[in-house]
Each structure stands twice: as structure tokens, then as C-alpha cells.
Design a protein around this ligand. Structure first.
Ligand code: F0G
Length: 456
């Protein structure tokens, strides 16, 4: 593969505090083997999330100085709104402090007991906000999307036939159809343009609004350009506009594909829905021209939206993940294929077959990566999903470790260093022991659970 260089120069740096594997072993023990309990100064390469952790550009920092902090009628809002409407066909733009606030507002209006909302795969905050209203969240991704080894180019696609049946069977109970691009919970997998349109048309056939969770819209558009027949000569903004053609609303976290450290929005066309959303916004977020944000954040987002659709950036973005994924495969570490837009997922259950799911192979792998490499990754498996509401514990569908790559933040030598260290994990993998949970919270246990290695 030809080397694809980082398409930026470094103007400001943030020092990393060097630590040794010995120090990190102590830090890990003091944190009860939960990486969420480790201070960021004790982490060399932080791959916990790609959300809000990216680097802003010189133009974004300059835009921040233009921020107008007026309570009402700030020109920062005008720039924010214009940048969004330049890419997305929505009439009403409602700023929020992050993506989940847009979801909370939307579902406080559309949700409620007895309702059910289908998507390809709801992200966990989306699911949480739907369920908090008493409604049900249903995932209808295609079968290929659930098979880690299947090389299907658009594993985020909605199973449109299943959607049709679902909408017929649940007439009167479904307030809208959602689609998440890219499908984060399914491995950062894209949705094809044809499937986006087919999902939209199916929603329309049943007389329902079609709403896109657009967090990683630019990465999704890039995959369409790369992989979907006939899309190669189109510009990214052109593909983005096509993806949203005929959509009724979008929820967005500007912490992803808007290059911001905070922010989000809800955009809708229906004036009645917009009115209800703004009323709710004023109660929970702020006045409609700033939502939960400072004026300067609105300007950083407006500028970020012009940068995220740059093809040199997107080519580099996806190449980084492919580079890491290919090297992992070469050294015998199984990954979810093809690699997604924002993260590489290690299949820890296949990598550590001697560790049963209820001894948490994903958690074991994440801890070992921290100890040996100082890398903080995230278990997405039995620790996160294994505890059921009735109190029983069952293996999750997969035991994965997510390496989420912050945007424009690390260089190739960070990746090479991490890969070298993972190679030494491969050599010693049979000696790794699983973990047990010594304490857990009644819900969302992965954030605060305390672990111990088996045998200690
Ligand atoms: N939708 C998707 C697909 C997401 O990935 C996220 C956040 C949200 C909604 C919520 O946005 O964090 O701004 O409130 N994903 C982050 C992650 C947290 O690490 O994947 P938010």
C-alpha cells in the first residue's frame, strides 16, 4: 500500500506523559481493572472514543474568536445554521449540547408507552432515550451486519423487507423510522445510498417520517463514493445531499463528523414538530439560537462542517483504520471486517478462545493493551451487555474491543507503536487469564464495575 500521509501539519501540541508497563500495572490494579477509572494523564494513546476527542484546525480556533455570546440572535447561530443547511435539506435547525440531547428532545415528543421505533441499530444513547419514554427500540440490520467476518461492503444496511413486515405488523404504534449512519453499534459500518433511499421509501409507503442519526455522515458518504457502483465521480457534499433527500429530520452529535469538542443538533422540516422541540429546548437546553452551546462552539461547528467533507481528509481517515486493521490481521488478531469508518474492532472472543465469555475476554484484552502499550480501548461485549434486567448474566452476541480513532489526533508512529506492543500480546496470549467482577452497579455496569484477574 502506498503511504498516505496525515493531511495536516502540527501547530499546537499536547504532551503525553510517558509511563512504563510496571507503573501501568499498578495503575491498573488501583483502578480495579476498569479503564474508565484511569486518569487521562496515565494514558499514552486514548482510543476510548472518537467523540469530542479530535483536534480542531487553525481555522476552527480562529472561528472560535469570532463567537458572539449574545443570548438571542447571535450571528454565530446564523453561521451554524447556514453551514448545516448547506449540506442538509432541513428547514428548522435546533442546536443542542450534544447528540443525546437532540435524541431526548425528539423522543420526548415522538416516544411514549406503547410506541416502537425501528432502526438499523440504535446507538445506546438513542435506545436509552427511546426506552426512557416507555417506548421500544428495535434493531433491523441485515443479517450480514451481525457476522464479524462477512465482507459485505454495506453491513450497516437496514433489512428493508423486515422493516416492511414490522411496520405492517405494528400499524399505529410506530411514530417514525430511524437509520444510523454509519452504524456505530454494528462496528461503524456504512449504509449504501440505495439502502438509505429504500428505507426512506418504505417509511413513506407506511406514511411515517424518516429520521437519520447522522453522527458520522461524512464517513458514510466516503464509503458510498468508494464502494457503491456509479458513485465514484460525485463530490462528498453531493452524495451527502442525496443521502438526506426526502428525509424528515436528523439528530446529530457535532463531536463526531463536525470536528467539534462539544455540540449537536436536531433538524426537522415539520413546523409543528419544530415548535414542540423548541419549547422543550428552552426548558432543558437554552434559547433556540444557542441551545446548550456557547456562541464560539456554534462557530467551531460551522467551520468543522466545511472541513469534514474534504476528500483528502476522508481518504486519510479511512486509510488509518485499514492500516491498523490489516496489520492486526497479519499478526493473527481477528477483527470485525471490513474495518469501519471511525474504529477498528478486535474480536477478543476469537482471539482468546481459552477465556469463556463470562470471564470477559474483551475486558482482559483491553487491560492487557493498557498494561503493555498504555492504550485505552473499550470493551464492547459481555461486560457492557451481559447483565439482563432480570438479573441473569449471559454472554453478549460478541466480545469486542473497540479502538476508536480520534480525528486528526494521532500519527502513524502512534499506530506503529501500538501494533508492536499488540504483537507481544499475541506471543503471550495463551498465558492471559480472564477476569471476574467483584462489584457492579445495578445498571450500565461497565462504567464503574470493579474487576479482579481470575485466581487473585
Ligand atoms: N448516535 C451515535 C451513532 C453515536 O455514536 C453517539 C455517540 C450518539 C448518537 C450520541 O451522541 O455522545 O454527542 O450524545 N457515540 C459516542 C461513542 C459516545 O463513543 O461512540 P453524544
Amino acid at each position: 500500500m502506498d503511504t498516505i500521509i496525515e493531511p495536516f501539519r502540527i501547530k499546537t501540541v499536547e504532551p503525553i506523559r510517558m509511563t512504563s508497563a510496571l507503573e501501568r500495572a499498578d495503575i491498573l490494579q488501583a483502578a480495579n481493572y476498569n479503564l474508565f477509572s484511569i486518569a487521562s494523564r496515565d494514558v499514552l494513546i486514548d482510543l476510548l472514543t472518537d467523540s469530542g476527542t479530535g483536534a480542531m484546525s487553525t481555522a476552527q480556533w480562529a472561528a472560535i474568536m469570532q463567537g458572539d455570546e449574545s443570548y438571542a440572535g447571535s450571528p454565530s447561530f446564523d453561521r451554524f445554521q447556514a453551514a448545516i443547511q448547506n449540506l442538509f435539506p432541513f428547514e428548522h435547525i435546533i442546536p443542542t449540547h450534544q447528540g443525546r440531547a437532540a435524541e431526548a428532545i425528539l423522543f420526548s415528543i415522538l416516544g411514549g408507552a406503547g410506541k416502537t421505533i425501528p432502526s438499523n441499530t440504535h446507538f445506546d444513547t438513542t435506545r436509552g432515550n427511546i426506552e426512557a419514554t416507555g417506548a421500544e427500540a428495535v434493531d433491523l440490520v441485515i443479517a450480514e451486519g451481525k457476522d464479524p467476518q462477512n465482507p459485505h461492503p454495506f453491513k450497516g444496511n437496514m433489512d428493508v423487507r423486515a422493516l416492511d413486515n414490522y411496520l405492517s405488523d405494528n400499524r399505529g404504534k410506530v411514530p417514525c423510522v430511524m437509520l444510523t449512519v454509519t452504524n456505530n453499534a454494528g462496528g461503524g459500518q456504512p449504509v449504501s445510498l440505495a439502502n438509505i433511499h429504500a428505507t426512506r421509501d418504505m417509511a413513506k409507503k407506511h406514511g411515517l417520517p424518516f429520521i437519520i442519526d447522522a453522527c458520522r455522515f461524512a464517513e458514510n458518504a466516503w464509503f458510498i463514493k468508494l464502494r457503491e457502483p456509479g458513485q465514484q465521480d460525485r463530490s462528498i457534499p453531493d452524495i451527502v445531499r442525496d443521502m438526506f433527500e426526502g428525509a424528515d429530520a436528523m439528530t446529530m452529535s457535532a463531536k463526531k463528523d463536525a470536528f467539534a469538542n462539544i455540540g449537536g443538533w436536531l433538524a426537522v422540516n415539520d413546523p409543528e414538530l419544530a415548535e414542540k422541540a423548541r419549547t422543550r429546548l428552552i426548558l432543558t437546553e437554552g434559547f433556540p439560537t444557542y441551545g446548550g452551546l456557547a456562541g464560539r462552539d456554534l462557530d467551531a461547528i460551522a467551520q468543522g462542517l466545511t472541513e469534514i467533507v474534504d476528500e483528502d481528509y476522508l481518504r486519510y481517515r479511512v486509510a488509518v483504520n485499514e492500516y491498523i486493521g490489516n496489520r492486526l490481521e497479519e499478526m493473527g488478531v481477528p477483527i470485525v471486517k471490513p474495518v469501519g469508518g471511525h474504529a477498528v474492532f478486535i474480536d477478543a472472543r476469537s482471539f482468546l478462545p481459552h477465556i469463556p465469555p463470562l470471564q470477559y475476554p474483551g475486558q482482559t484484552m483491553s487491560c492487557e493493551m493498557y498494561r503493555l502499550a498504555g492504550v485505552r480501548a473499550c470493551e464492547i461485549g459481555t461486560v457492557m451487555f451481559g447483565r439482563k434486567p432480570d438479573g441473569t448474566e449471559v454472554p453478549a452476541a460478541m466480545d469486542l474491543v473497540r479502538l476508536a480513532i480520534p480525528r486528526r489526533t494521532y500519527t502513524q508512529s502512534h499506530a506503529d507503536y501500538m501494533l508492536e506492543r499488540i504483537e507481544s500480546i499475541v506471543e503471550n496470549k495463551d498465558n492471559l487469564r480472564g477476569m471476574r467482577i467483584v462489584w457492579e452497579a445495578p445498571a450500565m455496569r461497565h462504567f464503574t464495575a470493579k474487576f479482579a484477574p481470575i485466581g487473585e
